[in-house]
Design a protein around this ligand. Structure first.
Ligand SMILES: *Cc1c(COP(=O)(O)O)cnc(C)c1O
Length: 363
């Protein structure tokens, strides 16, 4: 068969290890998974109630327009319904954007290192990929501007950035957007938007009004705690949305996800609580790093990338055998770092204790 040649060079996405497989492999009773930046506090009770109280007919296709969710979200964000597009997770939006704009005669620019799916999808479309190294974990926006050529169709900006946790300041972003030619789509991936506390973070929705070549991606998978239901969304000018819509599968958001996400929006108290607890959790890790002289990037997210100055897989394996699943930095481009999702207070405490023992044994 004649599969696209570029598929042969790709490996499927490597998810964090599953709880069940680790339990079996290491004969452990309890596992704490802090590997995929999921919400350790679950989701809003309102989302669960919406699923329990509404009869969803399994025989009927979901609402392809996501009407209820669209209405609730538009009202909440104070945007028009035609400024929104929904994805089966924001991963699906990355795929749609790539499908709509990338091809072998187009180039695309992204940071090195950033979220893996930009490159993955660009490879599948056969596009020319230009990766611009991060500086101190941050996007080098000037370097990315310099990488623009006549074939550039899409630039990816992940802010806050996965896996470093760093963000782009308002001034830097505006200076960047002012210089990107209007025919190039800028994708601002804000999967961790709700966790941000930095005061000089921009207000991206108003920027989509000013810059007609900007799309903002957000998700219900992270702070909203609905990763299993796969709901992400894009905010952009009606022209961008209209152009992307034909690249969207007609029923890409399932009925459960639409219901739960619509209800979750109404519970901003839950979001606030999770945001506060996350900052407290990050402080636990900051204290630990300070105590042991470990370097990390200050985080605007619910994870932290800590540099142990030794083989990341060794740290990863030590934790795994003691019931903690984290993410080795190796496949993420940081071979001596480990990416840890901030858990509950107790989970963080437990993990920090084991990390302390690890450092003692590996002095
Ligand atoms: C988790 C994550 C996503 C994907 O989220 P889904 O909505 O679950 O597909 C996208 N971008 C970044 C940077 C992420 O970390």
């Amino acid at each position: 068969m004649r599969f696209k040649e570029q598929l042969l060079s790709l490996t499927p996405y490597q998810p964090g290890k599953s709880i069940e497989s680790v339990k079996r492999e290491y004969n452990l009773e309890q596992i704490v998974k802090l590997a995929s930046n999921e919400n350790p506090f679950g989701c809003s009770e309102k989302a669960i109630a919406a699923l329990q109280e509404n009869q969803v007919s399994l025989a009927i296709y979901p609402d392809g327009y996501a009407t209820l969710l669209r209405e609730k979200l538009a009202a909440f964000l104070n945007v028009c319904e035609n400024e929104l597009i929904f994805g089966n997770g924001s991963d699906n939006l990355i795929q749609m954007i790539s499908r709509a704009l990338l091809h072998p005669n187009a180039s695309t620019i992204m940071a090195d290192h950033t979220f893996s799916q930009y490159k993955h999808n660009a490879v599948i479309e056969g596009a020319i990929i230009k990766e611009v190294p991060t500086i101190n974990g941050e996007h080098d926006l000037d370097g990315m501007l310099a990488a623009i050529d006549e074939k550039t169709n899409v630039i990816w900006v992940c802010s806050p950035n996965n896996p470093t946790g760093t963000y782009v300041s308002e001034q830097k972003l505006i200076n960047f957007l002012d210089q990107v030619p209007e025919h190039i789509l800028v994708v601002l991936d804000e999967a961790y938007y709700e966790y941000v506390v930095a005061e000089d973070y921009y207000e991206s929705i108003s920027l989509t009004r000013k810059y007609k070549n900007l799309i903002v991606l957000r998700t219900f998978s992270k702070i909203y705690g609905l990763a299993a239901l796969r709901v992400g969304y894009g905010i952009a000018s009606p022209e961008i949305i209209k152009a992307l819509e034909p690249a969207r599968e007609p029923f890409n958001n399932n009925s459960f996800g639409q219901l739960a996400a619509a209800a979750a929006i109404a519970d901003q108290k839950f979001v606030e609580i999770c945001k506060d607890k996350n900052r407290q959790g990050l402080a636990q890790f900051y204290d630990f790093c300070a105590e042991h002289g470990l370097q990390y990037f200050p985080s605007q997210t619910n994870f932290i990338l800590i540099d142990f100055k030794m083989d990341a897989n060794q740290v990863f394996q030590y934790l795994l055998e003691r019931g903690f699943i984290v993410r080795s930095g190796k496949p993420l481009g940081f071979p001596t770092s480990v990416r840890i999702t901030v858990g509950s207070f107790e989970q963080n405490e437990g993990l920090i204790k084991v990390l302390g023992e690890f450092l003692k044994e590996n002095k």
